[in-house]
Design a protein around this ligand. Structure first.
Ligand SMILES: [Zn+2]
Length: 270
């Protein structure tokens, strides 16, 4: 990807959370069993004056209930908070097919879904009956995506790809076999939406793997990959870290659940 001159805005919007979660659930090698460490769920919108590209479609009420998550708003409602109409979006990146990233695709009736070849192979393949690999997938979401394949609504990628001027996808793997991160040209340089290449800043910067993992070595290599793709460490946006909402300026005044990660991180929220 050369310098295309493109400059995008990026909103990170929280749609769900889980507060009854502890440190040992977020790091392979934590013995700090009792320290609470909540995890947030986000969708992201990459926008300019002409169009919006959505990254991930989250989950809806059924999955929230099934998994004991606190759904604050549906992903489509979350996007509406930052002025993005899910029904009008043409391009949706699915970073991977886990239940918290690939549900609610019915809310995006016009969209093409950008997915890595290896992710659909993994999500429909031999590893899924194994609980530690399969349990974070919802079979309904995977089947929905297979239907989208047959409906010619999936754009497959194998490795790295530009999907718009200044927006590129990068196969990372690790957490799942086909995980991809998204690099976006912004006014402060290249920002990387890592998605679950790094759930928390601490996975990345303390070099401590998240426990849901297909290939630990690929996950570790992926940390260096996303850091290398980003303008600086301040330009990497983890997939589930509540700190993101604290660090970045609000997208909309008076609404604490959406932030502009294309802008420089500051201090505490305004
Ligand atoms: Zn996730």
């Amino acid at each position: 990807m050369g310098d295309t001159g493109a400059v995008w805005r990026i909103h990170a919007v929280r749609y769900a959370t889980v507060s009854e979660r502890f440190r040992h659930q977020n790091f392979i090698m934590s013995d700090d069993i009792h320290e609470r460490m909540p995890l947030d769920f986000f969708v992201w919108a990459i926008v300019d004056d002409e169009r919006s590209i959505v990254v991930d479609t989250g989950f809806g009420p059924d999955e929230a209930e099934r998994r004991g998550r606190d759904l604050l708003r549906t992903p489509a409602e979350a996007l509406a908070e930052v002025g993005v109409d899910a029904a009008a979006v043409d391009d949706v990146v699915i970073t991977h097919l886990h239940y918290d990233h690939a549900g609610t695709t019915a809310e995006f009736p016009r969209a093409r879904f950008h997915l890595q070849d290896r992710e659909i192979a993994y999500a429909t393949g031999r590893h899924m009956p194994e609980k530690s690999f399969g349990h974070a997938y919802s079979v309904d979401h995977v089947v929905d995506m297979v239907r989208h394949v047959h409906g010619n609504r999936v754009v497959f990628h194998d490795g790295d790809a530009d999907i718009a001027p200044g927006v590129s996808l990068h196969h990372i793997g690790g957490h799942t076999d086909g995980l991809q991160s998204v690099r976006v040209a912004t006014g402060r340089g290249s920002v990387v939406l890592a998605s679950d290449a790094a759930h928390f800043y601490a996975n990345l910067f303390d070099r401590s793997p998240f426990p849901i993992v297909f290939d630990v070595a690929a996950m570790v290599a992926g940390w260096d990959r996303v850091r290398g793709l980003a303008e600086s460490d301040d330009h990497v946006i983890p997939g589930h870290d509540p700190q993101v909402l604290e660090l970045y300026p609000r997208s909309v005044e008076g609404f604490a659940e959406a932030v502009r990660v294309d802008l420089a991180p500051g201090g505490p929220p305004s």
